[in-house]
Write a protein that binds this ligand. Structure first.
Ligand SMILES: N[C@@H](CCC[C@H](N)C(=O)O)C(=O)O
Length: 270
């Protein structure tokens, strides 16, 4: 099976073009592929499938030709991945599978419109974030209150007083499993200056990653909320780079670099 490797602000993915929809991707195979020692290594897998052939999203086929079938590093399925859609778009463009500079992609979280910027960055329309009250994450015995944000996938974005660089994110943070029965992506951030935040993330199904696009939007929403705003342009610094988030009354946008860095033949099987 052919694969490519790509990343968006070091949130890295193995891309599996499955244009004829022939690959049954088990959780075990995904976990093997994402293993950083015994596999290729990645935060997740992006299977490239035709929307019309994919029963989960076939109803979106009139608008989006391609479906991003996203899997976390542990093999679990997620609704959306913000850096994933941007890297997926970069693959489609580089592979000549689209010539448009603006096009829609199907995800389990619904349609996402992509725009290629003049400087090569890729912007995704991430939809309207849904804010749904507060909850608490526990990291290293310390409790942090955050804001629940639904980006198609679940987030808990916590502004904290301790510097995020000092956190130990080697272990799963605690969270309320009653509120998040299918797990949650947890962002810890320090607001810095005007409309800027430094963020780290512990992703559901992947552990700590160096960036998370849906998490960056959730962080911008939470940071804006704290400053009494709901709109504006936010710079979110993550360990792997910098993302820009625009919040307006109707939707949210995520912009940043996305690159394909390698391709090859996968020898792994179940
Ligand atoms: N890295 C992603 C989010 C991937 C999915 C997430 N781990 C989940 O299970 O919801 C992003 O860039 O948004």
């Amino acid at each position: 099976m052919r694969f490519l490797k790509g990343h968006g602000t070091e949130n890295d993915f193995v891309i599996l073009p499955d244009l004829e929809d022939e690959t049954a991707l088990s959780a075990a195979l995904v976990a093997k592929i994402c293993d950083r020692r015994a596999g290729i290594g990645a935060d997740g897998v992006l299977r490239v499938a035709r929307t019309k052939e994919s029963h989960e999203v076939a109803h979106l086929a009139a608008t989006a030709e391609w479906f991003m079938d996203y899997r976390n590093a542990d093999g679990s399925v997620a609704e959306m991945c913000g850096n994933g859609v941007r890297v997926f778009a970069r693959y489609l463009i580089d592979a000549g599978l689209t010539e448009a500079s603006e096009f829609a992609l199907a995800t389990r979280g619904g349609l996402r419109t992509i725009r290629v910027e003049p400087n090569g960055d890729i912007t995704a329309d991430m939809g309207k974030p849904v804010v749904d009250g507060e909850s608490v994450a526990t990291v290293g015995g310390q409790e942090y209150t955050g804001i629940r944000v639904d980006m198609g996938n679940p987030h808990l974005a916590c502004a904290i007083g301790d510097p995020v660089v000092q956190l130990d994110l080697n272990h799963q943070p605690g969270f309320d499993t009653g509120i998040f029965p299918t797990g949650v992506n947890i962002e810890l951030f320090n607001p810095v200056g005007v409309s800027r935040a430094v963020m780290r993330v512990f992703e559901r199904g992947s552990g700590e990653t160096r960036s998370c696009g849906t998490g960056a939007v959730a962080t911008a929403v939470a940071a804006a909320h704290l400053s009494g705003d709901t709109t504006g342009t936010w710079t979110i610094e993550v360990p792997g780079g910098t993302l820009t988030v625009i919040l307006d009354a109707e939707t949210s946008y995520l912009s940043g670099p996305a690159a394909i860095v390698a391709s090859g033949e996968l020898m792994l099987a179940e």
